[in-house]
Design a protein around this ligand. Sequence first.
Ligand SMILES: Cc1ncc(C[n+]2csc(CCOP(=O)(O)OP(=O)(O)O)c2C)c(N)n1
Ligand code: SF4
Length: 242
Amino acid sequence: MKTLEDVVTHYCPGCGHGIVHRLVADAIDRLGIREKTIGIAPIGCSVLIYNYLNFDFQEVPHGRAPAAATGIKRAQPDKVVFTYQGDGDLASIGTAEIVHAANRGENITTIFINNAIYGMTGGQMAPTTLLDQKTTTSPYGRNSTSTGFPLKVCELLSSLDGVAYLERVSVSSPKNVVKAKRVIKHAFEVQLANKGFSLVEVLSQCPMNWHMSPIDSVKWVDDVMSKTFPLKKFKDTERGRS
Ligand SMILES: Cc1ncc(C[n+]2csc(CCOP(=O)(O)OP(=O)(O)O)c2C)c(N)n1
Ligand code: SF4
């Protein structure tokens, strides 16, 4: 692989981030777009993604990735521009940025890693934390009365006309990884076809902060997490941008 660097990552054993990095690298290699791709790195555990993928990156802290991607893509429309964001980054700190970039139909792609928790900072509750899920800030389980309900990003964005492609996948089994690979490549194809905003949500395991073994964590994605966040295609429009 040209795009994936041959280095050891800092991720915990069983973490989904490394798998998704590989799928992004594979899509970029297959599409032959490495020389014209610009990634936007987030906060969170994937903050060092630029050490693992071999193309240009811009580091954009604290949820502002879609706004920065907008500027880069508008200045250089011939480039392929994508953001890679966790749920704390995208669905909490940067909620406004993702909603408005999607609504404007920016011709960018977002790879959204939903692990239902703040990974990097020690396992606090995220907007995507499931009801009754225990975290360091919800030790008795998430309670909807005080902290609301899990935020469903694909469902939320699916009403926006600027969105061209939205799909939720997981990396919990070889079969799901193969599907996720196809979906991530398709999201880049949507951008290459100038159709507008595309987002792939990936349900991704965080064994470290879920306090589970890697095997139990993939089972939890399948048996529990995907009940709240069903795997499905939400939108795939044929319409180009006008
Ligand atoms: C405005 C702001 N609030 C909180 C933080 C602290 N912070 C840095 S990384 C992070 C967690 C990010 O979690 P997520 O985006 O879900 O990524 P993960 O580590 O799970 O991959 C937080 C809360 C911050 N840097 N800025
Ligand atoms: S804390 Fe969770 S998301 Fe972060 S590297 Fe470890 S397993 Fe992955």
